[in-house]
Design a binder for this molecule. Structure first.
Ligand SMILES: C[S@@+](CC[C@H](N)C(=O)[O-])C[C@H]1O[C@@H](n2cnc3c(N)ncnc32)[C@H](O)[C@@H]1O
Length: 236
């Protein structure tokens, strides 16, 4: 049975903030845990890549996968018009209750939006949403369709090549297998477990190649401290 595991965790934390924890299981790492409070981070608590992305935002903004709305709320408080979209009912409820004025519950890939945006923001490993490398081109093109002329997509990701590194610093990747950044995740919260979902981490060169091959431009804005980066994609 499928649960809105993230949404339920966000609702619980919003109602009564404690040490609620999400547990993740993935095809590349051991069991991991993550405090739900992370989704409620303030600007000062955000990684510098996210702060940079927020500083670059302009015009009418779409926050894709807004979750609890930490980025949307910051931008709205700065006076921007922000629309947030998320596939999770619990997430959209929490974002609305926290004050995000324009929230849509839906899948960004097949929800018809009746306006265009100057900035499309996709943060916290934004490329994850497309799941597999084979979906990346369609995902970028769909986001690009949502842009006004001169608009930008600000998206972050990580090159998880470090997960395949041995003690000599060499990387072991089986070229006959799928792209190394394709990860299968399951998420648990209390007694609920999600279905397994695909999540794509993509290295910058692959993202850039995919963007350019599909008629878009791609610029590396900033690299983070641990193989992560922020990119800007434009179409004009
Ligand atoms: C890693 S979380 C990032 C949340 C938020 N951007 C942040 O930085 O705190 C990814 C979010 O994307 C949402 N999501 C996943 N697939 C989606 C889709 N196809 N369309 C819209 N939202 C999606 C999830 O429900 C989740 O809230």
């Amino acid at each position: 049975m499928s649960h809105d595991v993230l949404g339920n965790a966000l609702i619980d934390y919003y109602k009564q903030p404690k040490d609620q924890t999400l547990i993740t299981f993935s095809s590349v790492a051991e069991k991991d845990s993550m405090p739900v409070s992370y989704f409620f981070r303030t600007f000062d608590e955000m990684p510098s890549l996210e702060q940079k992305a927020l500083e670059l935002c302009s015009g009418n903004i779409l926050d894709v996968g807004l979750a609890a709305g930490c980025h949307a709320l910051y931008l709205q408080n700065k006076g921007f018009k922000v629309t947030g979209i998320d596939i999770s009912k619990g997430a959209t409820n929490v974002a609305q209750q926290r004050g995000v004025r324009h929230v849509i519950k839906g899948d960004v890939l097949n929800t018809l939006l009746d306006e265009k945006f100057d900035t499309v923001l996709v943060l916290m490993n934004g490329t994850g949403i497309c799941g597999k490398l084979s979906n990346l081109a369609n995902f970028l093109l769909k986001l690009a369709e949502l842009l006004n002329s001169g608009g930008q997509i600000l998206i972050d990701s990580s090159d998880i090549i470090y997960m395949y590194e041995d003690e000599n610093g060499e990387h072991w990747i089986d070229a006959s297998q799928a792209y190394y950044g394709e990860v299968a995740f399951t998420m648990s919260y209390q007694n609920q477990t999600s279905e397994t979902f695909d999540w794509l981490y993509v290295d910058y060169n692959t993202l850039q190649r995919c963007a350019i091959y599909n008629g878009l431009q791609c610029e590396l804005i900033q690299e983070g401290e641990h193989y992560d980066y922020l990119a800007k994609i434009t179409k004009d």
